[in-house]
Design a protein around this ligand. Structure first.
Ligand SMILES: *Cc1c(COP(=O)(O)O)cnc(C)c1O
Length: 404
């Protein structure tokens, strides 16, 4: 690098890859025949939505799968399908994003927040304590920013407390814990195919489960009318016998156009996940040993997908953190800070969801006060990632050189 030129990054942190050509061709085929509604099929035709469900079930090893309108819809649908009633307490991560407590509130239930650890996962001791204190029987577990907690211990705690686990895998599609795909530990796994997630259909969601009753209810809820037999990754028609009379239609289907562009992306998902991790590891290596900066440990048992990067500026004051964020921005590196008092763009925190009862979570407050978050879109090259790390190292390290 020419040392007289300032090192400025010019990439765009919100720019995804284009939709692959075979997915575009599949979308055009659906538009040419015009049957976009998933239950609108020609003689002998299997809808793209039904094929996507079959393929996603196979990819995750789930017995059943349902494609829906969004990740948030999948979460709400799962809560209804497991029988969460209005007024019921539902455990969830204090460190997550707005659609998670939003889905709980949307069914009239009450979010009960659980502390986050310094490794950015749910605090399992606090989880056990909150379950005991509130009597909550459902946990909506958010694998926030792709960090997976000790799932063996989490499931043991939840089994002992009689807590049903729904997994929010918006950031862990393609990830696994001890070889078990994320979304397959709990009773239901929920995924998002919104533009910023691991597959891109603009909006979209998926649910997986091995439980016939829960999935039959989810399918009825999603707006199947009496056409559930057109699903393939679904329980047999007998499972719907009673449910079809008692389950409301809370319309939120996926259409064939989105399903058509997701199927080719699903085939590429393992390669995409590997590409994300290559980028993640370059940033991680570039930041290792930076004074004042704490990297997040990634356990051996966790097969993560590094589609975003987090680090902590532990113990820094708010002004010093804001200064780093501002100076990185000048050099083209867009950081998000989870410690800000006001919700900004996609970033908000548990105390900004004021429809939920107020809770005090000192450990979460302390972790979020120094938590920095950054997207790593696949449009960045490995060189881009090295440059980003160099800039951050420089700007974070500056505080120690100058003693600000
Ligand atoms: C994106 C997201 C969701 C919801 O997905 P949408 O498809 O946008 O509704 C849920 N949880 C987390 C953590 C997310 O980031």
């Amino acid at each position: 690098m020419d040392s007289t030129q300032p090192d400025i990054f010019t990439g765009t942190f919100t720019q995804q890859e284009p939709i692959p050509e075979d997915a575009i061709a599949a979308a055009v085929a659906v538009m040419r025949h015009g049957r976009l509604h998933r239950y609108n099929v020609g003689p002998g035709e299997v809808a793209e939505a039904a094929l996507l469900e079959e393929e996603f079930a196979a990819a995750t090893g789930a017995r059943y799968c349902l494609a829906v309108a969004s990740g948030g819809y999948a979460l709400g649908c799962a809560l209804r399908a497991v029988g969460v009633q209005p007024g019921a307490p539902v455990l969830t991560n204090a460190f997550t994003l707005a659609p998670v407590p939003g889905a709980i509130a949307a069914v009239g239930a009450v979010p009960v927040f659980v502390e986050v650890t310094e490794d950015l996962v749910i605090d399992l001791d606090h989880l056990a304590a909150q379950a005991a204190a509130t009597g909550a029987k459902v946990l909506m577990l958010s694998h926030m920013r792709g960090h997976i907690c000790d799932m063996d211990r989490l499931m043991a705690i939840c089994r002992a407390a009689g807590v049903t686990v729904i997994e929010d895998c918006a950031h862990t599609m393609g990830a696994a814990w001890r070889g078990v795909p994320s979304g397959r530990h709990g009773l239901v796994g929920c995924y998002s195919t919104q533009t910023y997630k691991h597959m891109n259909s603009g909006e979209g969601g998926l649910l997986v489960s091995d439980d016939a009753q829960v999935m039959a209810r989810a399918i009825m809820l999603s707006g199947s009318y009496m056409l559930y037999a057109r699903h393939r990754a679904a329980p047999p028609p007998e499972a719907f016998e009673t449910l079809r009379w008692t389950t409301p239609n809370v319309s939120g289907r996926m259409d064939n156009l989105r399903a058509a562009i997701l199927r080719p992306q699903l085939r590429r998902l393992p390669a995409q996940c590997a590409a994300w991790n290559d980028r993640y590891r370059v940033v991680e290596a570039g930041l290792a040993g930076t004074p004042g900066l704490t990297l997040i440990a990634r356990p051996e048992a966790e097969r993560f997908v590094g589609s975003s990067f987090q680090f902590r500026l532990a113990g820094w004051g708010a002004a010093a953190v804001q200064d780093v964020v501002a100076r990185a921005a000048v050099r083209g590196v867009e950081l998000k800070w989870f410690g800000a008092a006001e919700p900004v763009a996609f970033t908000s925190r548990y105390d900004s969801w004021r429809y939920a009862p107020a809770q005090t979570l000192p450990q979460t407050d302390r972790v979020l006060a120094g938590l920095i978050d950054m997207r790593l879109p696949l449009t960045f090259s490995l060189d881009d990632c090295a440059q980003i790390a160099r800039i951050l190292r420089d700007e974070v390290g500056r505080r120690f050189q100058t003693g600000v």
